[in-house]
Design a protein around this ligand. Structure first.
Ligand code: GLA
Length: 384
């Protein structure tokens, strides 16, 4: 009897071991496949230009999907600490929803990201007028934003290059501007984004990607338990319309101090803080420590549940951290779930908002013959 029992338990142990030894890469690839959006959902013509969905994959690693409509990140599919995959950026499963999107999900905003006070600025004695689309101000360059344009794209292995040529005064900004965004999925599972821009006239420029992250998976609920660290000693405080006052406010002793790992929940509802009141939570620009122009770790975000993390490195001087305070469930995402209040957060490396009207802020001037060079690296992993 003992012998039979021994034999039986040995067989069981063998079966358990054998099934847990199924090659990881295979199961990873199967999971990724089931989460990928089919290319045909984006295969269409808009304004006479072809739209495409591109897929970048590291076998057994992570996958990223991009579309040339708005040079947009559509999906980022990564494993948690148990090897279970999820898509951790917000997005839609078909192109039609991107055409009507007003949340800027995953796209590149420009030529000038964030707010410009009263929709105007002066350059060389001339006043330029922009589309007013956010109270009395301009947000993300108004209706002619790069986010709503069709970029010319081509894929080369694990890299997609997208170019958009803006006409002089198209969004109200001077200069024929050529912007190129190159997304590359690296073997170490990081996604590199290089953006360059040139202009034939003196202009201002500020480009960023507006991806929303939820490290537990898009549509999985609140991001308030995620832990954030931002390498910044100050923010640019704002007025009630989220326009910078021009000052720098040290984060020390405020709910904006993320120099150590802190749960987003800790200070987000601090009603005594005027800046939190104005932002309805976090919707501010952090002044990143380190030399502008140098690639540095700006943010680390960790989800204690799935143990997924995101490290964001950038050469930009600022970072807009927006905690999804305007999200209201009016939009349904790619897996059929509604995107509710604070169900995701955006991390937007950029120059400071309203820089063209703020002489004290780093300059966003772009002159003919110069090249604007933006580098951001999103590094994905799981905590041990
Ligand atoms: C930026 C702004 C936010 C909000 C989002 C888009 O992040 O700072 O106030 O407008 O874009 O919804």
């Amino acid at each position: 009897m003992k012998k039979i029992l021994f034999l039986f338990s040995s067989v069981c142990i063998f079966i358990i071991l054998a099934t847990s030894c199924v090659p990881k890469a295979e199961t990873a690839d199967k999971q990724i496949q089931s989460l990928l959006i089919p290319a045909e959902n984006f295969d269409t013509i808009v304004d006479g230009e072809p739209i495409e969905l591109f897929t970048l994959k590291n076998p057994g690693g992570i996958a990223v999907q991009l579309t040339n409509y708005g040079a947009t990140i559509v999906s980022v599919i990564t494993p948690d600490s148990n090897g279970k995959y999820a898509d951790i950026v917000l997005g839609y499963k078909e192109i039609s929803s991107y055409l009507t999107d007003n949340m800027y999900l995953g796209c590149i905003v420009g030529p000038f990201a964030n707010r410009i006070a009263k929709g105007k600025f002066e350059l060389e004695g001339q006043e330029y007028h922009l589309d007013i689309n956010n109270g009395e101000n301009t947000l993300h360059s108004g209706k002619n934003t790069f986010a709503k344009k069709i970029w010319k794209a081509h894929q080369n292995n694990n890299s997609v290059s997208m170019t958009y040529e803006a006409k002089d005064l198209e969004a109200g900004f001077p200069g024929n501007v050529t912007a190129t965004a190159i997304y590359t999925l690296k073997p170490d599972n990081s996604l590199e984004l290089k953006i360059t821009a040139v202009s034939d006239k003196k202009t201002v420029i500020n480009l960023t990607n507006h991806a929303y992250f939820n490290l537990e998976g898009e549509g999985s609920g609140s991001i308030l338990n995620e832990i954030i660290r931002i390498n910044a000693d100050a923010i640019t405080p704002v007025d009630s319309a989220l326009i910078p006052t021009g000052e720098l406010m040290p984060v020390e002793g405020t709910p904006f101090d993320f120099r150590k790992d802190t749960a987003i929940a800790a200070g987000i509802n601090n009603a005594d803080n005027l800046q939190i009141k104005f932002g309805k939570g976090y919707d501010h620009n952090w002044v990143l420590n380190g030399n502008p122009g140098e690639l540095k770790l700006a943010v680390k975000l960790v989800d204690p549940e799935s143990k997924r993390y995101l490290e964001l490195y950038t050469n930009q001087p600022g970072l807009q951290f927006y905690s999804g305070n305007f999200m209201d469930g009016s939009v349904t995402g790619k897996s059929g779930k509604k995107y509710n209040f604070r169900n995701a957060l955006a991390l937007e490396p950029q120059f400071f908002p309203d820089s063209p009207n703020q002489p004290g802020f780093p300059s966003t001037l772009l002159e003919p013959g110069m090249s604007y060079e933006h580098l951001t690296v999103y590094s994905f992993g799981v905590e041990k």
